[in-house]
Design a protein around this ligand. Sequence first.
Ligand SMILES: [Zn+2]
Length: 408
Amino acid sequence: MDLILRNGLVGGELTDIGIADGRIAVVQPGLVAEAASVELGGRLACGGLVDCHIHLDKACVFDRTAPEPGRLADSVRRSSEVKQGFTVPDVYQRACRVLARAVSFGTMRMRTQVELDPIVGLRGLEGVQQAIATFARQIDVEICVFPEEGLTNNLGTDELLVAALEAGVRVIGGAPASDTDRAGQLRRIFALARQYDCDVDLHVDFGNVPGDMDIDLVCRLADEHRLGGRVTVAHLTKLTTHPLPQQRVIARRMADAGVACAVLPATDLFLMGRDQTDNVRRGVVDANMLLAEGVRACIGTNNVLNGFTPFGDASILRIANMYAHVVQVSTDAHMAECFEMITSRAAAVLNQGDYGIHPGNPADVLVLDADGPVQAVRELRQPLMAFKAGRQTMQWSRPELLPVGTTD
Ligand SMILES: [Zn+2]
């Protein structure tokens, strides 16, 4: 045994966690073994926060982005202009900045989207890959390549996607809304996924009106290509414009097809309802409702400091807390689900079977200053320390109120 984490709250029980060779060896109370130990003081321990959807390549560029032209944010075009100036070292530095923040807030696994198109070529991918290598001992980051600016109508993009898949990338995404042939893009993405044995993670149905949704085709393609359980859609804001019974019908279709949903509250809140100046719609999908209908769901950061979301600190716990405000959930059961959607359920959406504090899994342990998952989300409790593969990677100190006397 190399290390024992004592008195952590795991699954509602106080227990010790024994770590050997970077893996969890034993989980049991009162563990007797020769090893260094760290006292967790009854605080919540989990397998680390999981951010299912973020864009490392285009983070931290808001200061380069042209001002919004008005109520219509025009984010794709404004970001496209910035993208032309990306270099590999530039992408690397910005991705490192976000990863450092994410690690400091307890994120230990992540799926990053990376854009491929003739504007940026493979520079974004290379910069992100270098940053992932730099942080390899602190966080596991999986890459999903996708065409942000069209595929069927954007000559040279297909070849870049194929090059990335040939080089070993194992998740492919899409953004059909910016394609002149939305169905054509989706069909090509699924064909590539089957050819290269990839998971699929799409930006789908972002919009303010209910009509003309792509989700049905995504479900049909998941069935057709037998990719159920390996497909995720992000945003899906159009769902929120339907009456609730209709939302449930669509959710059940997704559950049947094995299509998961990544809800991205920060970007959705910033960009939805730009056609309105009053009673502005929120557009954040109720992921708790999706769970109730059997859909696998998770909550993601999406963007940090760019034209899509000019805010952010890469804290996925903060995003989960914000999500709960916006969809107006409040029960303990819902809070616990919110925590699961940034931990175990997010890992499940990413098909990571080795997540969690169980013997045999990598010794990834995050300790939060909380008495359980409900308090962690409800009160936005501080992550205190993290261990990745048994090595401590992060430490916060609890704040101390200093004695200043009382006023007379
Ligand atoms: Zn995204």
